[in-house]
Design a protein around this ligand. Structure first.
Ligand code: CTP
Ligand code: MG
Length: 239
């Protein structure tokens, strides 16, 4: 895939995984024989036309280096120990590291949660195809499949909301590096995805239909589901 601007991937992996109920941070939890983040990085490494693959870890992280050493196919991954208190802070610090090490503000960056370990390169390539000529950028997302309820304070249904125009935001989210860095600086640390920061600038990111299997491993049951999918894939395509 030919792009005029360079294309970087930034994977935030500096969280503690408190909701996953694992003894270590979920990105290092073994799934189908490999740490969760290795599945994520291996899939992202297959994207056509990538210029750099980067992962953000917390400053005290002492696991990523060893994990990557065990997987020679990931030798090109650059590790930035600049993670912050929130996902937005980790992404902001990672973007700054890229800019400080030769990336240009006009380059594209694909920010992808380490915790979405079932991502597949063709899904990302479709996002790139849809966004490469776009002035704003966009994200993988899924039309809401279920009926949407609004709750009151006592957890009783206040209303059923129209769902036809509602989408679940996934990652990767693809924006120009300088635009995103500036948007995140203004949005502060509470935004939970890149698109929210871009929206706060008055811009409208493009929604590109993703895949339900690109869910984020958040709760213990997600680990079980991800493990089943990874095992099924390895039976379909034995190494
Ligand atoms: N993340 C990060 N820095 C943070 C918080 C999160 O880089 N301070 C990363 C996580 O490692 C994960 C992604 O952002 O890959 C999505 O965040 P989430 O699923 O919320 O992960 P955690 O914050 O680790 O989990 P929890 O909220 O359950 O503690
Ligand atoms: Mg979190």
């Amino acid at each position: 895939m030919e792009l005029t601007q360079r294309l970087h991937v930034l994977v935030p992996a500096a969280g503690s995984g408190s909701r996953a109920g694992t003894s270590k941070p979920k990105q290092y939890q073994a799934l189908a024989g490999m740490p969760l983040v290795v599945h994520t990085l291996k899939a992202m490494a297959l994207i056509q036309g990538l210029d750099s693959l980067n992962v953000v870890v917390s400053p005290g992280d002492n696991q990523m280096g060893g994990v990557l050493q065990c997987h020679p196919s990931l030798s090109q991954v650059r590790v930035w120990p600049v993670g912050g208190e929130t996902r937005a802070a980790s992404v902001g610090a990672g973007l700054q590291a890229l800019l400080d090490h030769g990336a240009a503000p006009g380059d594209w960056v694909l920010v992808h949660d380490a915790a979405r370990c079932l991502i597949q390169a063709p899904w990302v390539e479709e996002l790139i195809r849809c966004c490469r000529d776009d002035a704003v950028g966009g994200l993988l997302a899924l039309p809401l499949p279920d009926t949407l309820k609004q709750a009151d304070a006592t957890l009783r249904v206040r209303a059923t909301l129209e769902r036809t125009d509602k989408w679940l935001a996934q990652t990767p989210q693809m924006f120009r590096l300088g635009l995103l860095q500036n948007a995140l600086k203004h949005a502060g640390s509470s935004v939970t995805d890149e698109a929210s920061a871009i929206e706060a600038q008055g811009l409208q990111p493009l929604l590109v239909r993703g895949n339900a299997l690109n869910f984020k491993v958040t709760y213990p049951e997600d680990l079980l589901l991800a493990q089943c999918v990874l095992q099924a894939r390895s039976q379909e395509n034995p190494a």
